[in-house]
Design a protein around this ligand. Structure first.
Ligand SMILES: Nc1ncnc2c1ncn2[C@@H]1O[C@H](COP(=O)(O)OP(=O)(O)OP(=O)(O)O)[C@@H](O)[C@H]1O
Ligand SMILES: [Mg+2]
Length: 286
């Protein structure tokens, strides 16, 4: 945990408070990536940063979702991302997972360039995400849905998807509902299923896109416990969320995205107290 004195790094180069973020980094969790996955990266790097976004750019016509954006995610940390609607948060996950290509810049995972890798290769080296809008295969059971994730993340020749699928159901509290039809699940369980499908791929980096959105306070509290437990197991987590108190209960560091740029990066409470956050959410006169 690196909360104390971490300070807030501003995109305008202004140190708002505290010290710059130079603290010691958490060691890479052991046993989360199999030897097979390591082989697929072609090289084993002892890297403090599990993910490096190096001046990535992407536009959709006149809409710029990443503007020479640089951001590193440290091994074992829980990083929160906030930003106004349309800031480019989901697009960032799409670029990390390979769902969309970058126009420029580089992405490295564990020190290995992945900028040109297709999504399934990125998944197999340990990157998984949940979607902002849950998209289960409605007519399949909960177990079958998670099995799809486990199969996607596994070596196609191994045939070993059942165990990770069951384990993912257990970790997300869905085991008792394994045989239910996914389309009949209430929202919290659909969110849990998103999480289970991602976990079944065997990630070391988990990207959560507004997984608490639309839930009641009680359900958010339950989800926080689940995500904390995953964190304690050693997963590196990047969590986009509008429900800020949920983020603050979990993350070590908070980034504010706006107009495809990192506006602020630092201690979550200091970031939330900053004038710039106030301005982009409430307007300059707030
Ligand atoms: N595939 C696409 N084609 C065209 N425009 C897109 C595409 N994906 C995203 N955009 C546009 O890029 C901008 C950023 O979208 P994005 O979904 O990344 O925002 P966001 O920060 O996740 O917002 P929200 O908080 O509402 O989820 C929006 O204006 C969106 O309409
Ligand atoms: Mg989004």
């Amino acid at each position: 945990m690196e909360k104390a004195g971490q300070g807030v790094r501003s995109a305008f180069g202004r140190q708002q408070s505290g010290t710059d973020r130079t603290g010691a980094r958490t060691a890479r969790p052991l046993g989360l990536r199999s030897a097979r996955r390591r082989r697929e990266t072609c090289a084993v790097h002892r890297n403090n940063d599990i993910l490096e976004l190096d001046r990535i750019s992407r536009s959709f016509g006149s809409v710029c979702v990443a503007d020479q954006l640089s951001l590193n995610v440290r091994n074992g940390e829980a990083l929160g991302i906030i930003g106004p609607n349309g800031a480019g948060k989901t697009s960032l996950f799409n670029m990390i997972t390979g769902a969309i290509r970058v126009d420029g810049g580089a992405i490295r995972f564990d020190g290995v360039p992945i900028t040109d890798l297709p999504p399934h290769r990125r998944c197999r080296i340990g990157i998984a995400r949940s979607h902002q809008v849950p998209r289960p295969f409605a007519d399949m059971t909960v177990f079958e849905n998670v099995l799809v994730g486990a199969t996607f993340g596994a070596d196609p020749h191994s045939g070993a998807a059942t165990v990770p699928a069951l384990r993912a159901l257990e970790r997300t509290g869905l085991l008792a509902k394994a045989n239910q039809r996914a389309g009949a699940l209430p929202l919290l369980d659909r969110k849990r299923l998103e999480l289970a499908r991602a976990l079944a791929t065997g990630p070391s980096l988990l990207l959560l896109d507004e997984i608490a959105g639309g839930l009641t306070e009680h359900e958010v509290a339950e989800l926080i416990q689940t995500i904390r437990a995953l964190r304690a197991e050693g997963l590196t987590i990047v969590w986009i969320e509008h429900i800020v108190h949920a983020l603050l209960a979990v993350v070590d560091r908070l980034v504010v995205l706006n107009l495809g740029k990192v506006l602020l990066d630092g201690d979550p409470h200091e970031v939330m107290a900053s004038e710039q956050v106030r301005e982009i959410y409430l307007g300059a006169d707030a």
